[in-house]
Each structure stands twice: as C-alpha cells, then as structure tokens.
Design a protein around this ligand. Structure first.
Ligand code: NG6
Ligand code: CA
Length: 512
C-alpha cells in the first residue's frame, strides 16, 4: 500500500517536473525576454510617414505598426546626423561628450569602445542572440589604413553583435561592399580591394574626371565625384573588389533577406536584431519595381521600399508565430534632407511634400527637424492605438532594456541613458524631464521649452537648403504653441532662458 502511494506521488512529481515546470519556465521566459527588432531608417523625417501626417506619400505598413502600438510625437535621436546618433544609441552616452563622433569616412577606425557596456551587450548578457544587419557607420578596425582583404577587427562583433552583415559607412561612401562578420563578401584573391580617402587608387574612373559616365549627376559643389561605382560617383577612392561591389538596387532586399534569415534561424531563442536600413539616404537607387511609384522621385520611391520592407518583416514575425513575443521599434537616425548631393528629383518632384512635417529645419539642424523623428513601438505588451507625447531619446533604450532584463549597468557607463521601459511600452506617460539636442550647436528641451545656445556656427546650409538653427543670439521657443520654432521668445522670458542655459551647462559639465 505504502509503496503504491509513494509510487503515485513519484509519478505525479515526475509529471510536474517533466511537463508543468518547463511550461511555467517557458511562459516566464516568454513574457520576460521578448525579441526586440530595432528598425533604424536613415534620414527619414518626422513628416515622411503618413501616420505622422504625410499626405503626398502613404506608408501603410508603418501606419499599421503605429495603430497596433504606440506612436511617439516627442522622440529624438541624440543628433542631427548619422554617426553621432548611432554612437548615442549603442553607448547610451551623448556623442558630443566624445571627440571624433562626427560623420565618419568609410575607412574610419572603430569609435565605439569595446571595453564599455553597449546596447547589444546588454542583450547578450541576458542570453539573447544579437545581430546587426544594415548600415554600420561607426568605423572598423584599429586604424584608418587597413587591409580590406581579410578579417577587420574590432568591429560590430566585438561591440556585442554575435552576427553582423553590414556595409561599412553609407551608400555614398566607398568601399561599396557588404561585410559578413567583418569580411568583405564575394571578394576574389586576384582582385584585392584598396581604399583611400585622400589619394586616388587604381584606374577606376572618378566622377570628377568623367562626369559623362554618371547616371545620376552629383548636385553642384557637392562632391560625390570620386570613384564611380554602378554609374554613381562616391565619396572616397577604391580599387579592386570589382565582383564584390554591391548593385545599388539590390542593397535593400539583400539586407531584408539576411534579416529574415537571422530571425528564422533564431526563432527559438530570444533575439535582438538591429536592422539598420539605408533608405532614404543618398544615393537613392531603389529596386527597379519601386522606381517612379511615389511620384516624388527616388526619395519617395525609397520610402515606399522602406515601408514595404517593414511590412515583410512584420509578416515573417506573424507567420513564424512570434508576434506574441516580439517588440518592433521603428525610428530614424536624424531628420530629413532633400538634396544631399545628387540631382535625383527629390527637390523638383517634391509636389508639396513636407519631409519634416511642421517642424523647422531637417538633417544637420538644431531646430526640431534635426532630431525629432518618427518613433513607433509595437508588439508584445505595448499599448495599442496610443499616441504618447513623452520626451524620449533613442539613447534611453540601453538603460531601459537593461532594467527590463535585470542587467546591471556598471557605474560610470551609459551615463546619459535613462531607464524608461514602461514609457517605451506606452504604459507610462512620463518620459525624461529634459534632453540635450545636438547639431552644429547644442540645444535643450524641457517642459516644451526649447533653448538653443548662441553660436557662431553657420545659420544656413546652401548645399542642402537647410536652416541650421544656429544664431549668434540666444533662442527660446515655446513648443507648446510654436512647434515650428518661428517665434523667438527669449526676450520675453529671461528667467526661462537663464534656467535652460544653466541646465545645459550642468549637462555639459555632467558626466565626463
Ligand atoms: C555629408 C555628405 C552627405 C551625406 C552625409 C552623411 C557631402 C557634401 N555630403 O558629408 O551626402 O553622406 O555626409 O549622412 O559629401 S549621414 O546620414 O550618414 O550622417
Ligand atoms: Ca542619417
């Protein structure tokens, strides 16, 4: 009798161990370690998305994410250009604290310290598989002069990504190649690559010598006239690697395919995918089937391609049954620009489109158009149909996911990143109290006040037709009724000016 009871107890216990405990474990794992996909557009403006009010272009896939999630109206990149914004995202530190974080050439050395905490490392420590697919633009290797024909270290893999499939800088900078785990893809021994940003290397024609070979002229005075690849003049010189050079029209689908492969392969484990798109950065050369689709020129076509790409990824997540456990975050690294160096119709075919919406300025600008960007969070645990006006910055993701995943940040690291996970999920409304904005000069935003420090930096960029927002006098705007920063009210509110100037100074001196 006794032995039968104990047999029964044993049988029940083993049932619990075999089936119920693993199930509880799984369930916990599910809710506490969601997959995160961070989709980062390049130069997409606040007004480029129909969910943000665009009328000349429709972005149904982004709009769907916004409707099924939370759309932020006061979310920012740290800076008004690419490299510094990405530096902020990965390190959780304002890039203006660190020299050498401006727009990098394609042969730059790695600028992310490999002994400090980074966003992908937080995920890695929590047991995630991590990948970057897309544009990198944070430098590679220990020096500028490097051998592009072998493995280049350190790079994204040392920064915390288990897998990397990138192009090194921008689509308009050489080398125009893909790199998988820090090796150029498709390279052949008999045609090694050389890259130089000062002197011409090899015999490939340049845009300067042979403008008649260009299929898309560079806009006047703009550069983009060095080595020609696929009929497009680039910044920088390269020779060799002819069979490894990308086809511009295929860049986007190549990244999408690789991103989907990563997701498919890692669907059973939690993963973090940093999916860093090239659209709508110059040179805009969308896949042929998107050409002419938007009626706004290749820039608009590239935005349609971007939107389609997002839709493809969402569809894959749904098909694989991962929707319940995946969060998609979509944003842009800086504000928009129409003419960034090529005559591609973005200006002439603008058709009334307002890439920055009602914001003033754009890429390169300290006005809101420079750093206030689309920011949409959607998926597991995210508030649906919500519009949040909380002040947040991309740099805050680091501390936020660290908190969500119970990972400690060593003191003195990621010092500018604030833990706001519930705000990102749209379940809490209170974001940062203030944020420093960065372009040619610094600005600061707090309680809907915007202060721009006096500066001698240029007021206007003729090449890109951008109001840069710099001025020799103090500027203060009341964003609660003047989001377009039209009326400088500094003279009317001297006490606010003083408070904001002091706060900016405190931040500047803050963490070194
Ligand atoms: C500028 C380039 C511009 C673009 C930008 C980087 C010229 C005149 N302009 O220097 O075309 O490449 O750098 O953009 O060369 S970013 O989004 O990567 O910061
Ligand atoms: Ca950019």
């Amino acid at each position: 009798m006794k032995s039968t009871i104990s047999k029964q107890i044993f049988a029940i216990a083993s049932l619990i161990i075999q089936f119920i405990i693993p199930f509880i474990g799984n369930a916990q794992q599910k809710s506490s370690r969601p997959n995160i996909i961070y989709i980062y557009a390049d130069d997409l403006g606040y007004g480029d998305v129909s969910a943000y009010g665009a009328t000349q272009i429709q972005t149904p896939n982004l709009d769907r994410l916004a409707i099924e999630g939370t759309r932020f109206t006061n979310a920012h990149s740290t800076s008004a250009t690419c490299t510094p914004s990405r530096y902020g995202l990965i390190t959780g530190i304002y890039p203006w604290r660190q020299q050498g974080t401006g727009i990098l050439p394609g042969d730059a050395k790695l600028i992310i310290p490999i002994d400090r905490v980074t966003l992908p490392q937080i995920f890695k420590r929590a047991g995630y598989q991590t990948a970057i697919v897309g544009k990198w633009h944070l430098g590679l290797g220990m020096q500028v002069k490097k051998n592009w024909n072998g493995e280049i270290k350190p790079g994204p893999n040392e920064v915390g990504f288990d897998y990397s499939f990138i192009f090194p800088a921008t689509a308009d900078r050489v080398p125009t190649v893909f790199m998988e785990n820090q090796r150029v893809l498709g390279l052949e021994d008999d045609d090694p690559i050389e890259v130089d940003y000062e002197h011409k290397v090899g015999n490939d024609p340049t845009g300067k010598e042979h403008p008649e070979l260009l299929k898309m002229p560079s806009s006047s005075g703009h550069g983009h006239n060095q080595t020609i690849v696929n009929g497009i003049g680039r910044i920088g010189y390269m020779s060799g690697g002819h069979r490894s050079r990308w086809v511009d029209e295929e860049i986007s689908t190549t990244f999408l395919t690789v991103a989907k492969e990563f997701i498919e392969k890692n669907q059973k484990e939690p993963f973090f995918l940093y999916f860093s798109l090239t659209e709508p950065h110059v040179p805009r050369m969308p896949a042929t089937r998107f050409k002419g689709k938007s009626n706004l020129g290749y820039r608009g076509d590239a935005i349609l391609q971007l939107d389609w790409t997002v839709g493809q990824l969402v569809e894959q997540i749904e098909t694989l049954g991962l929707a319940d456990n995946t969060i998609i975050i979509f944003s842009s690294d800086n504000g928009p620009v129409l003419d960034d160096g090529y005559d591609d119709g973005a200006v002439t075919l603008r058709n009334g489109h307002m890439p920055a919406g009602s914001l003033r300025g754009g890429k390169y600008s300290i006005f809101e158009g420079g750093t206030r960007v689309p920011f949409i969070v959607s998926g597991a645990g995210v508030a649906k149909k919500k519009v949040s006006n909380a002040l947040i910055c991309q740099m805050d993701l680091l501390a936020s996911v660290a908190d969500m995943l119970n990972q400690k940040i060593p003191s003195g690291e990621a010092v500018d990143s604030q833990s706001l996970w519930d705000v990102f999920l749209g379940t809490k409304n209170h974001g940062r109290s203030h944020l420093v904005e960065h372009a040619g000069s610094l600005g600061i935003i707090k309680d809907n006040w915007k202060y721009i420090e006096p500066s001698n930096a240029p007021v206007y960029a003729k090449l890109t037709d951008t109001e840069l927002g710099n001025a020799a006098t103090v500027q203060l705007y009341d964003l609660s009724n003047d989001i377009g920063e039209k009326k400088n009210v500094a003279a009317r509110y001297p006490e606010v000016v003083k408070e904001m100037a002091e706060l900016l100074e405190k931040e500047r001196m803050g963490h070194k």
